[in-house]
Write a protein that binds this ligand. Structure first.
Ligand code: FES
Length: 306
């Protein structure tokens, strides 16, 4: 078995189960039409690389059907009718559409890339799996404790050092391990995307290429040491150095200054849709990252040779 990142940005499961006899089921309440409408939207808007609509078997909630579940949000819609499809699209899929490039021609003169899940794929769950045995708890529980804790924010904003973060994490989550063991597990989240490394190598010869990331010193130092793409970036603007995390305008202002061009001339790519929207509000040509292939298509559509 191999484990990797989920290949889609959104995965929607529509129950189309048919139950025998007179039993209540989603299929008999019209769920196949709902599935088809969602699939059609995805196809018509060219979102096949990013969004998957799958029919599922019984979700165990037959009386509440038709049932639709959306991931990674973990949202459950029940008693869904055809008129609700638009609401689901608006809530989960339209942000992709709103991020389509402006039709007016723009002259891109600089690039701004996020680090995690753009230049380097990552998975926080790896940390939870590595650290769980030291906390005598499950990886899932540790994951929620860690990544919903304000400690993570303080660390990303550089308000506590790596060593302080380690000490406070041990106290708060009952971890029992050395700092070296902790950093080894903490840093084990990234892996290389060779297509993105090649992309940055090509772009950096012609444009300023700036990195902007919500990250902490432990992760960033590790990424810079082990992944060439990080070293290919001309300038890094990092939350733990600026003392502010995206979407705080302070961090973007630093990035604009580093790019040395007007915001409208910056192509910005992030994996989080709220940050893509924040970039658009600042005037960037802002796109959600799906994969390197889609990025190439977007750049070519903007007249950039790649
Ligand atoms: S048939 Fe849809 S949840 Fe059971």
């Amino acid at each position: 078995m191999q484990q990797t990142r989920h290949p889609y940005r959104k995965h929607i499961f529509v129950c189309t189960n048919v139950r025998e006899g007179e039993e209540t089921c989603c299929s008999r309440r019209g769920s196949t039409k709902i599935r088809d409408a969602l699939k059609r939207y995805v196809k018509d808007h060219g979102l096949n690389d990013a969004v998957r609509v799958s029919q599922s078997g019984c979700q165990g909630l037959c009386e509440e059907g038709p049932n639709v579940m959306v991931f990674p949000e973990g949202v459950w819609y029940h008693h869904v009718q055809m008129k609700d499809v638009e609401i689901i699209i608006h809530a989960h899929l339209e942000p992709f559409k709103r991020c389509e490039p402006a039709s007016a021609p723009v002259a891109i003169r600089a690039f701004l890339f996020d680090l995690g899940n753009v230049l380097l794929p990552f998975d926080h769950m790896r940390i939870a799996r590595r650290l769980a045995p030291f906390a005598k708890t499950s990886p899932e529980r540790l994951y929620h404790m860690f990544f919903e804790s304000p400690l993570q924010e303080l660390h990303d904003e550089g308000k506590i050092s790596g060593k302080e973060f380690y000490k406070k994490s041990c106290e708060k989550f009952g971890l029992n391990l050395s700092f070296e063991q902790f950093t080894e597990a903490w840093n084990d989240i990234f892996w290389e995307d060779p297509a993105m490394t090649e992309m940055v190598q090509k772009l950096r010869a012609r444009y300023p290429v700036i990195g902007v990331s919500n990250t902490n010193q432990l992760h960033f130092d590790h990424a810079r040491e082990h992944y060439p793409v990080v070293r290919e970036i001309h300038t890094w603007i990092l939350s733990h150095e600026v003392g502010a995390r995206k979407p705080d305008p302070a961090i973007y202002k630093r990035a604009i200054a580093a790019a040395g061009v007007a915001p409208q001339e910056i192509f910005y790519m992030d994996d989080r849709l709220d940050l893509v929207e924040a970039g658009r509000r600042l005037g960037f040509v802002s796109e959600p990252f799906i994969n390197a292939q889609r990025l190439i298509l977007k750049l070519r559509a903007l007249g950039i040779e790649i």
